[in-house]
Design a protein around this ligand. Structure first.
Ligand code: SF4
Length: 284
């Protein structure tokens, strides 16, 4: 057998070995992905109401770039009562790990009081409606009720732990300002309602001349500020008051040690929130 012939056989065998190696590695990575990056529905403590259901959902967003926006709870209780309960609710969609606390109403109370629970099954489905992706978790009815009762973490606790490594935008959001730049200097007095020199001339217009300016609004201190579930990560609050609000990939959080002495600015941020989830109380 010539040397060339032997070299060809060795090269072919090496190529086959390489292909088998790549295949085995890809299978291994798929298996690891399946085992350790499985989508996970976790039951949390609800602070919503006695019909509240709180949960968090985590999945591999790179492998499955979808937006989950629907939850379904299904009780199957063939040996007891009620035999079946089916609840579906939509919520503000999220394309990153999220947590929600939803009031499921009287139907949910039927699930919680079903009997016998240890022979019943509860299925929880989280769905991305647009993409048609659903992940399901199923457990005994008694396990479901126990998990809900014994949960200690709330949506707020979990949301605070979500990764906050959101890459900052490459552009700066300009600060909002409603104050025009100063007018050029001139010897002429401006004839406007708030100029005392012309007080009275505007009576009847814009609520009565100089008085229309109204009293200065007093600032106040905030006792507590928090974010309720439902943030749509629009960044408005952080643009207005970055010392207090930090918008992450999935929600908005209050920065530790945030200054609470500028109530007017806090109010401005709360009013700018399109879904009104910024809440605060004034210090007495
Ligand atoms: S303004 Fe409201 S919705 Fe927008 S990021 Fe802040 S809390 Fe979330």
């Amino acid at each position: 057998m010539s040397t060339t012939y032997i070299a060809m056989i060795v090269a072919i065998l090496a190529g086959i070995g390489l292909l088998v190696g790549i295949g085995a590695l890809s299978l291994l990575s798929g298996a690891l992905n399946f085992l350790f990056v499985k989508p996970k529905i976790e039951i949390l403590k609800s602070t919503n109401s006695d019909a509240g259901f709180a949960f968090t959902f985590k999945w591999d967003q790179d492998a499955e770039p979808v937006k989950f926006d629907k939850i379904r709870l299904h009780l199957f209780n063939p040996f007891g009562s009620p035999t079946e309960v089916d609840i579906t609710r939509e919520f503000e969609g999220s394309d990153t790990d999220f947590a929600r606390d939803i009031d499921l109403g009287d139907q949910f109370k039927k699930i919680l009081s079903a009997s016998p629970l240890d022979k019943a099954t509860v299925e929880i489905e989280v769905t991305a409606s647009r993409e048609g992706v659903t992940h399901k978790s199923s457990m005994k009815g008694s396990t479901f009720v126990d998990k809900r009762m014994n949960a200690t973490q709330t949506v707020e606790d979990v949301a605070a732990k979500f990764v906050t490594t959101k890459s900052k935008p490459l552009f700066e959001i300009p600060e909002r300002s409603f104050i025009s730049p100063p007018l050029p200097k001139t010897a002429k007095q401006l004839k406007m309602a708030t100029n005392p020199m012309f007080a009275g001339e505007f009576a009847g217009a814009a609520g009565g001349g100089a008085a229309a300016a109204g009293p200065a609004v007093e600032n106040f201190t905030v006792a507590k500020v928090w974010i309720e579930p439902g943030c749509i990560v629009c960044d408005a609050c952080e643009a207005i008051f970055p010392e207090v609000f930090e918008v992450t990939d999935s929600t908005c959080i209050i920065r530790p040690g945030a200054p609470l002495n500028d109530g007017l600015k806090m109010q401005e941020a709360a009013e700018a929130c399109p879904v009104e989830v910024i809440k605060f109380t004034k210090a007495s």
